[in-house]
Design a protein around this ligand. Structure first.
Ligand SMILES: [Zn+2]
Ligand SMILES: [Zn+2]
Length: 87
């Protein structure tokens, strides 16, 4: 139940995707504005046309950025972001 633990640490407001200061709840997860905007644009991975050169295994970079958009989107989905959720 990782999600529940994140919800309990809501006060830290750390983006669940990139660890930058978060802005609030977007699509069911605590994220910053940039990640929320990214997810809104990207939709679900099945609709996505992004390709990953690393077998979908890119690591998050130290500055919170991702080496590729597909892996960023994968992370969004992993933490429970859902484009059908409007929070
Ligand atoms: Zn973020
Ligand atoms: Zn990747």
């Amino acid at each position: 139940m990782q999600i529940a633990r994140y919800e309990n640490s809501f006060e830290f407001f750390s983006c669940q995707v990139c660890k930058n200061p978060a802005h609030g709840k977007h699509f069911g997860a605590i994220t910053c504005r940039a990640c929320a905007a990214f997810f809104r644009r990207s939709g679900t991975i099945s609709k996505s046309v992004y390709r990953c050169d690393q077998n979908n295994n890119c690591e998050i970079l130290k500055n919170g950025r991702f080496a590729c958009k597909k892996c960023k989107l994968r992370k969004c989905l992993k933490i429970g972001m859902d484009d059908k959720s409007n929070f």
